[in-house]
Design a protein. Structure first.
Length: 251
């Protein structure tokens, strides 16, 4: 995820998961999505500062083309008795919820095909929620930065063909493969208004979900959410979905 100010952290909705997902659902256009609002997650920043957060806004559908959530920072969790460097410099900051937590700025305009992008994520199997906070000296895992480009936007035609192929329960025929390849080859010409999701070439791995995609100006223009194993392209939530979710934040 990424802190965008005022204690609000943008991430993907599917990251706000729970063992109760299958039993705790609501309908979305005839299909089901998990109820995320009110769920809590533990969030760690690269500095090591760790907070309990609560989901306060969600923009999600069953197809995954809308997959954004906002988590509100709450109580700070101290994982170790050792003071962090900035706390030693200024003890008044020790119990401050949001002091000195850097934040990014959300872009105003969406990325277009060819735009240089970079992604920051944390492909790690460390589960902060299973840590014994009282008996551990914990160093935050490595964050990875990768560069790439916007290579277009997912078209409705491609999304429909993928949905149909996945639903058949068999390998696609040559004709079905060609139809999908043809649709994907046209996606570099699809813009943010018509496209469903931003396609990018930044390196990502398991655990990158919810990681910010930055444009050339260093502003958040997407959130990495999945990848297309057919083409190898990475898939990001597009800017207007992020903005729609931010508009839902209670005032």
């Amino acid at each position: 995820g990424v802190h965008v100010g005022n204690g609000n952290i943008l991430t993907c909705a599917h990251v706000v998961d729970s063992r109760q997902d299958d039993a705790d659902e609501e309908k979305d256009e005839g299909e089901f999505v998990a109820k995320r609002l009110g769920r809590q997650k533990v969030v760690m920043f690269p500095s090591g500062r760790t907070f309990l957060t609560t989901c306060i806004a969600v923009e999600e559908n069953a197809s995954g083309t809308r997959d954004v959530a906002v988590m509100k920072m709450g109580e700070e969790i101290v994982l170790s008795g050792k003071k962090r460097k900035h706390e030693e410099d200024d003890p008044a900051n020790c119990n401050s919820t949001n002091n000195h937590v850097a934040n990014a700025t959300v872009a105003i305009s969406p990325a277009t095909s060819g735009t240089h992008l970079f992604c920051i994520g944390n492909p790690s199997n460390i589960n902060l929620e299973s840590i014994n906070h009282d008996n551990i000296e914990f160093n935050p895992p490595a964050w990875h930065t990768s560069v790439g480009r916007c290579v277009g936007y997912r078209s409705k035609r491609t999304q429909s063909l993928i949905h149909d192929q996945d639903g058949r329960g068999r390998a696609p025929t040559r004709g079905e493969k060609k139809a999908l390849n043809d649709a994907q080859s046209e996606e570099m010409n699809i813009g943010p208004e018509a496209g469903l999701s931003l396609l990018h070439s930044c390196w990502t791995y398991w655990g990158h979900s919810g990681g910010p995609i930055f444009n050339e100006a260093g502003r958040v223009c997407g959130l990495h959410s999945s990848w297309d194993d057919r083409s190898g392209l990475r898939i990001s939530q597009k800017l207007d979905c992020i903005q729609d979710c931010l508009y839902q934040i209670p005032t």
